[in-house]
Ligand binder design. Structure first.
Ligand code: PMP
Ligand code: GLN
Length: 382
């Protein structure tokens, strides 16, 4: 783990605290999630649900996870054996990779990638094979299909796919997913999907969110991962889950039992309540984040940034070239002093930093007045 250092999120949040800057770096909301969920957690604490829950997660949460996937995506999972609760999506991703990969196996992921992927792949002794997403002439992040084809080989064990995608905000299209599915089947590999932003594909994305597991031939080879953190604005709870065929879920559980054993007991019934909220909750949540996205895009554009419009997630990326920036890391380290705002350099999520050298990421999962203050400060950039 020597090369991994401290995560960029910890570094940039510490910088925000030290300088008093507005923190648009690490992606966490500054308001609470649904009151029904918070009340259910408080009630569970008071009712003494405070001891080790079952390893795969409490039955009511597993049932709620299965029902939610049926309701939104038409996917059927048996809550007994095909669903496991984890310590956030982070643990699910790590346990999936540790379960499925032998040392030397290759994991294909799209870069820029979420930082824990590289670490989890390294912990498994596996090798990452990045396929680069680059903004095309319309400002939409895309990959070259030949790059993806070339990444597959005899040692490929799995594709790790994150859509909607952090940090680019890309929502993979049905055509792109069809190519991933075709190659997984041709090379007989697994897929692990990180869908923590499943409810944050905005209405102007070319298609809505499509889980890879819904494509023909994919359910049987896919571990599908999500978590409560984003959808219910409780990133500090770290309640996530994985669903898939029983053999894959039981392999993941075998690893998980020695990573964390079980997860926070009183939070599990509360997340079950949240997953069962009516459709209106999910629609309003997305509309709210979409409005904040638009507010931040307008503000960043007015401040002189060249913005790449995201189709989903909490994040917008911007090119700093027009602001005389040539290196996102230098730019982000100086930004709190220059203008009182924290952002995250996107290049740290690439194996090839050149591809993201001039890109930085801002989080818009903040109250409108906080976004407005950040924009006011950025407009004063010298
Ligand atoms: N995957 C992606 C793409 C993320 O952005 C995040 C950060 N929230 C995670 C996984 C981690 O999720 P959790 O907090 O549920 O572990
Ligand atoms: N997922 C969050 C982000 O991308 C941060 C999570 C973390 O701090 N590890 O900003």
């Amino acid at each position: 783990m020597r090369p991994f250092g401290t995560t960029i999120f910890a570094e940039m949040s510490a910088l925000a605290v030290r300088t008093g800057a507005v923190n648009l770096g690490q992606g966490f909301p500054d308001t609470d999630g649904p009151p029904e969920m918070l009340a259910a957690a408080a009630a569970a604490l008071a009712a003494g649900r405070n001891q080790y829950p079952p390893g795969p997660g409490i039955p009511e949460l597993r049932a709620a996870v299965a029902a939610h996937q049926r309701r939104f995506w038409g996917l059927e999972y048996d809550p007994d054996g095909e669903v496991v609760v984890t310590a956030g999506a982070t643990e699910a991703v790590a346990a999936a990779i540790l379960a499925l990969c032998e040392p030397g196996d290759e994991v294909i992921c799209f870069e820029p990638y979420y930082d824990s992927y590289a670490a989890s792949i390294a912990l498994a002794g596996a090798v990452r094979r990045p396929v680069t997403l680059r903004p095309d002439s319309d400002g939409r992040y895309a990959f070259d299909p030949d790059d993806l084809r070339a990444a597959f080989g005899a040692r490929t064990r799995l594709v790790l796919l994150n859509s909607p995608h952090n940090p680019t905000g890309k929502v993979f299209t049905p055509d792109e997913l069809a190519l991933v599915a075709e190659l997984c089947q041709e090379h007989d590999t697994y897929a692990v999907t990180d869908e923590v932003y499943e409810h944050l594909a905005f209405t102007d994305a070319p298609s809505g969110h499509v889980p890879l597991a819904t494509l023909p031939g994919m359910r049987e080879r896919t571990l599908r991962i999500s978590s409560a953190g984003k959808t219910f604005s409780c990133t500090g709870w770290k309640v996530g889950w994985a669903s898939g065929p029983a053999a894959l879920v039981s392999a993941l559980l075998r690893v998980k039992q020695f990573l964390t054993f079980v997860n926070a007991a009183p939070l599990q019934p509360a997340v079950a309540v949240a997953l069962a909220l009516p459709d209106d909750y999910f629609t309003a949540f997305r509309a709210d984040l979409q409005a904040r996205r638009d507010q931040l895009i307008d503000g960043l554009t007015a401040a002189g940034f060249d913005v790449l419009v995201p189709e989903g997630t909490y994040f917008v990326t911007a090119d700093i070239t027009a602001l005389d920036g040539s290196d996102g890391v230098d730019f982000c380290r100086a930004l709190p002093e220059r203008s009182g705002v924290v952002a995250v350099p996107t290049q740290v999520f690439y194996d090839d930093p050149e591809a993201g050298r001039r890109l930085i990421r801002f989080a818009f999962c903040k109250r409108p007045e906080v976004l407005a203050e950040a924009v006011t400060r950025l407009r004063r950039l010298p």
